[in-house]
Design a protein around this ligand. Structure first.
Ligand code: FAD
Length: 384
């Protein structure tokens, strides 16, 4: 019998497992594949506050505070670097939209400013291409290694007594008289007083039988990783219209992504799931990132993959304790922003399990908002 079963060993589930284990709960983490097998491994892994929805900004800022010494807290590397985020502009229209973001977010106290002209951008990032005419620059954004971070959370949770069960899928959340009693898996029945569902794009498979649903559209992002080259880029790079993002890892590898595209539904099962982008998408992604950071054209390609995003209609997640059944906490629908938030998602989910105040206004993240919404669909969903 466990106090809490956590479904999903991505960053959301891993951080929650750590927080709950630290608080003395008997925790099991169950993942149909293993650590960081889906979005938390596919991700660009930008740790970004700039460009966030106002509802999400307090969470992102709190997360950035935690990221600073997370490697010490977890006693394992996260490879977090606070090198800043540059959102590049190429046209008058793009510069105007960047200025609007800078005005709005600097008024909220974020250290973000507008860099006017190529020289100003190159003072910060000398490698950018000559057709860049300005950028927003948030100095406290950054990036981290996603797999290392998820493993660091899970290892710390395990040291505190958490049980890991990988290669095992949950097929149902079990409920008796309105109260969660555990989960049924492909191998077993596991009793638990509470369940945290951090299952990413598959979350609704378990919610729907309980009469709950998070409206999700699963979207595809194409990702390219190169072999290591000499360090030339500290910042995470984006563009004003969100059609491309990228960074250089601490290993020297470039990791860069397309914008958000339609997904054809193909996913290969195995030890880890794999999604294959088209040649056209990969060609366009390489062309775009290379046109922003020309030295990237000379790097050798090491790997390509497709990453799937659990996108809600307003591009905000669901993070809440369900009204019914009792004992269920939901954290999903992160819409391409959930890596940065992970450490704070873990703290919020732990507080929800314990019935404590989370310290945040969670009203914008309640599932009930979708019943009220008047088709406000996020027009621009940034990842990175
Ligand atoms: C290409 C790409 C780029 C991105 N860039 C950024 C970025 O720069 N910055 C940022 O903040 N965010 C970014 N994101 C988003 C971010 O990576 C995700 O929001 C975050 O990783 C979600 O973590 P999660 O733990 O909620 O879900 P996931 O990492 O998807 O984990 C869910 C886990 O649940 C498991 N699972 C599901 N159903 C079951 C079941 N029934 N039984 C057992 N296990 C189950 C899965 O196997 C999976 O491991 C990006 C995402 C992608 C794809």
């Amino acid at each position: 019998m466990f106090d809490v079963v956590i479904i999903g060993a991505g960053i959301s589930g891993a951080a929650t497992a750590y927080e709950l284990s630290k608080a003395g709960h008997k925790v099991a983490v169950i993942d149909r594949y293993g650590p960081a097998a889906m979005a938390s491994g596919w991700t660009l892994a930008g740790v970004r506050q700039s460009g966030r929805d106002p509802a999400e900004l307090p969470l992102a800022r709190a997360a950035v505070d935690i990221w600073g010494n997370l490697h010490e807290v977890l006693d394992a590397p996260t490879h977090y670097r606070r090198g800043g985020n540059l959102r590049l502009g190429r046209t008058e229209e793009e510069l105007a939209s960047l200025c609007a973001i800078v005005d709005e977010q600097s008024a909220k106290g974020l250290p973000i400013r507008f860099l006017d002209g190529l020289d100003a951008v190159r003072d910060v990032a000398p490698a950018v291409a000559p057709h860049i005419t300005g950028a927003s620059y948030c100095t406290t954004d950054g990036h981290a290694d996603p797999t290392a971070t998820v493993n660091a959370f899970l290892a710390a949770a395990e040291r505190l007594g958490a049980t890991m069960r990988f290669g095992e899928a949950v097929v149902a959340i079990e409920v008796e008289e309105g109260q969660v009693t555990g989960v049924r898996t492909t191998r077993d029945r596991i009793a638990a007083g509470q369940v945290v569902l951090a299952g990413g794009i598959f979350g609704n498979d378990l919610l729907n039988p309980l009469g709950l649903n998070v409206p999700l559209k699963v979207r595809l992002v194409s990702v390219v990783r190169t072999r290591p080259v000499a360090p030339i880029l500290e910042q995470v790079i984006g563009v004003a219209n969100a059609e491309c993002a990228g960074r250089q890892e601490v290993t020297g590898r470039f990791r860069f992504t397309s914008g958000i595209d339609d997904w054809n539904g193909n996913i290969e099962d195995g030890d880890r799931p794999r999604v294959r982008p088209t040649t056209r998408d990969i060609a366009a992604t390489i062309q775009l990132f290379g046109s922003l950071i020309p030295p990237a054209f000379d790097a050798e390609v090491e790997d390509i993959w497709g990453g799937l995003i659990d996108q809600t209609p307003d591009a905000l997640p669901v993070i809440q304790r369900a009204g019914s059944p009792d004992g269920l906490v939901i954290a999903m629908g992160f819409s391409g922003h959930g890596f940065c938030l992970g450490p704070v998602t873990g703290k919020i989910c732990a507080a929800l399990v314990e019935g404590r105040d989370t310290g945040f206004d969670l009203a914008p993240f309640m599932i009930e908002r979708f019943a009220r919404r008047n088709d406000k669909t996020a027009s621009l969903s940034l990842h990175g």
